[in-house]
Design a protein around this ligand. Structure first.
Ligand SMILES: [Zn+2]
Length: 151
């Protein structure tokens, strides 16, 4: 079983559709294009250097990288299903990771919240420690929750 607390991921360029969902679930997820790398060697090296499990749609990369998992589907929802079937825990708890930059989130207890969004004193709001993006349980969240229910 793979869980967000124990598994760090590295996704190749072809898996951009599941970067955001995996971060929302809480996986520490490096994405090749966020790091400006596309070459197979560079992606394998990144995963190895940061002790990340490499998820890839490239069979040759999967053979060369250790550890790695090969995904075969092209549709993001089907890719999530492949991960779920492969023993990855895919469930929403509290927001813990920024879906844009992968930074860690902290709960805003008081003080300035988002300009367009809930009041932190009225409902839970989180902020990315790295890029400052605010998060709350909104439609993105419930939509992903519904998608995960269908797996
Ligand atoms: Zn961020």
């Amino acid at each position: 079983m793979y869980t967000p607390t124990e598994t760090k991921l590295c996704l190749d360029v072809m898996l951009g559709g599941i970067v955001s969902p995996l971060r929302m679930i809480g996986y520490d997820t490096a994405y090749a294009l966020d790091r400006d790398i596309e070459a197979d060697d560079a992606i394998i090296e990144l995963a190895d250097r940061e002790n990340r499990l490499l998820l890839t749609r490239d069979g040759e990369v999967a053979t060369r990288a250790e550890p790695s998992r090969l995904l075969t589907e092209t549709d993001p929802q089907e890719q999530l299903r492949e991960l779920s079937d492969g023993g990855f825990e895919l469930a929403l708890t509290d927001p813990s990771r920024c879906s844009h930059c992968n930074g860690g989130l902290r709960r805003i207890i008081d003080g300035p919240g988002p300009k367009k969004g809930p009041d932190p004193e009225a409902e839970p709001v989180w902020q990315c420690r790295d890029c400052g993006q605010f998060y709350w349980i909104g439609s993105h969240w419930t939509h992903l929750d519904e998608r995960l229910e269908e797996l």
